[in-house]
Unconditional design. Structure first.
Length: 157
């Protein structure tokens, strides 16, 4: 690890809050294997969290959904629209799993396995997860995944 390079990268923080958050998050996710793990594990964790909250009480999942949308709306309307669509699909999947009576075991299994892979990715990366310094990075992770898709499509947020 080159601390001089890391320090220089951290000094190049963009001005917009969303760009600064994604920049900081990206500094901890540069190893290709870690990045690939995150592209799968973050949506899986999102789905499992929504499922676990829904299992406790559907209103809890909806309140979390709404609070997340408020957070995203303060950062970027494009991300908010995409997260609204993604989260709505996830809520529909959760509802279908609940109707089949498998919501809790599937959510717990997905949650545990996805987090194991996340920590394996960070072990490979050699850097601790961003949310260890600030819990808001749990909400930035999904935006990081979307940002990679946006970049491939040439869409700026």
């Amino acid at each position: 690890m080159n601390t001089t390079t890391d320090a220089a990268q951290e000094d190049d923080v963009p001005e917009r809050r969303i760009d600064a958050l994604l920049h900081h998050y990206g500094l901890r996710h540069v190893h290709p294997t870690n990045e690939h793990i995150h592209m799968v594990a973050i949506p899986a964790i999102m789905l499992s969290l929504i499922g676990l909250m829904f299992a406790l009480h559907p209103t809890l999942a909806l309140v979390f959904f709404g609070a997340s949308m408020v957070y995203y709306a303060r950062l970027s309307w494009r991300f908010t629209v995409c997260m609204l669509l993604v989260s709505s699909v996830m809520l529909a999947v959760v509802d279908a799993l609940d109707a089949r009576g498998v919501l809790v075991p599937v959510s717990v299994l997905v949650f545990v396995v996805a987090w194991i892979f996340q920590f394996i990715g960070h072990r490979i990366e050699g850097k601790k997860p961003s949310f260890f310094e600030d819990v808001q990075y749990l909400w930035v992770g999904p935006l990081f995944v979307l940002s990679k898709g946006f970049l491939r499509l040439g869409v700026h947020w």
